[in-house]
Design a protein around this ligand. Structure first.
Ligand SMILES: [Zn+2]
Length: 336
């Protein structure tokens, strides 16, 4: 083959590769970033995720086709155009409680990864000096290093003292001290930061831009949409609340037409989306605010002849599956 043909082929391939990377770098990325805190037996503590519920979450994410990435993967995509999976998800855990090791075992089963954000002043050097935060013991540095070496959980910064950075005249000192604590104890540079109380303002974002962190996680209970470089320090997260939750379906009254259905709920207040199916066919989606302990009348408007009503409750973004229930309806009862 003439050398000219080979060279022109190489040039075309290079141009195609550059074009691909350019598109990857400049596309808008939509990624759910989930915010968890503690793991264990939930009870009434909304900051603690029951492990059975967490396992159900992971099974559901897997069935939906989500692949976990880390904040550094987002940064590499934004900076170099390194490709991301088609359905990326980031799992974050705030405050560095010891219970993240329970979550680690389950994540490993599903081939998933997550990042834990440490309050570095609350991460002690030995067991005798171990701190507690928000009612649960925190990790110590030896544990952090052992966990990181297992490859499922990574670690980022959640400030040095958990101060509200938006209230500080100069937030850069907290950010720098946290970075240095992590680098010294992990033995490598950290890349991701998470704002205490999810609070930030332009001064905090400016301090982050001038820091050596490459991503900053916030709150806002929204799925992150990242298009500009600045967005990397205001990454929205979806709140995942723990606490015991229970759901149940019932008819408002027997034999009264048209059929009305109640969704009973006990647990922390939540915004949810409700998917209603009748005899296996999707009927409608409704958004509801569940107050905590009560019942919501569902807008069923059933067509005639329906034998079975299925109700699924998801978080308002349609990512976290909370409940599936089924109510048998007699065909003879349905009179429109
Ligand atoms: Zn926190």
């Amino acid at each position: 083959m003439p050398i000219k043909k080979i060279l022109s082929g190489v040039v075309v391939l290079l141009l195609l590769a550059c074009g691909f990377l350019y598109c990857q770098k400049h596309r808008t990325i939509t990624v759910p970033v989930l915010m968890y805190h503690k793991f264990g037996s939930a009870g009434s503590d909304v900051w603690t995720m029951d492990l059975k519920e967490f396992r159900r979450d992971l099974a559901s994410f897997s069935a939906q086709g989500y692949k976990t990435i880390l904040p550094k993967d987002l940064a590499a995509n934004k900076k170099w155009g390194r490709p991301l999976p088609s359905k990326p998800m980031i799992i974050t855990m705030d405050d560095g409680h010891i219970g993240v090791t329970n979550a680690e075992v389950l994540l490993k089963e599903y081939g998933y990864k997550a990042i834990v954000y440490l309050i570095t002043d609350m991460t002690a050097s030995n067991d005798a000096a171990r701190f507690s935060w928000n009612g649960a013991p925190c990790l110590i540095w030896d544990e952090v290093k052992a966990i990181e070496s297992r490859g499922v959980l990574s670690f980022g910064g959640h400030s040095a003292s958990h101060a509200n950075l938006a209230s500080l005249a100069d937030p850069s000192e907290e950010i720098r001290r946290c970075f240095n604590d992590l680098r010294r104890n992990l033995g490598h540079k950290p890349d991701s930061f998470c704002y205490p109380f999810n609070q930030y303002n332009p001064r905090v974002v400016a301090a982050m831009t001038g820091s050596r962190f490459t991503t900053g996680m916030a709150g806002s209970d929204t799925v992150a949409v990242i298009s500009a470089a600045d967005d990397m320090f205001k990454i929205a997260r979806v709140s995942v609340f723990g606490g015991d939750k229970s759901f149940r379906l019932s008819k408002v009254s027997e034999g009264v037409k048209p059929e009305k259905v109640l969704l009973h709920y006990k647990g922390p207040p939540m915004d949810v989306s409700v998917r209603i199916k009748a005899d296996g066919f999707f009927l409608r989606m409704q958004f509801r605010k569940l107050a905590g302990d009560g019942a919501e009348l569902l807008d069923t408007d059933l067509p005639a002849g329906i034998k079975e009503l299925e109700v699924e409750v998801w978080d308002k973004h349609g990512i976290i599956h909370h409940y599936s229930g089924c109510l048998k309806l007699e065909a003879s009862e349905i009179v429109k």
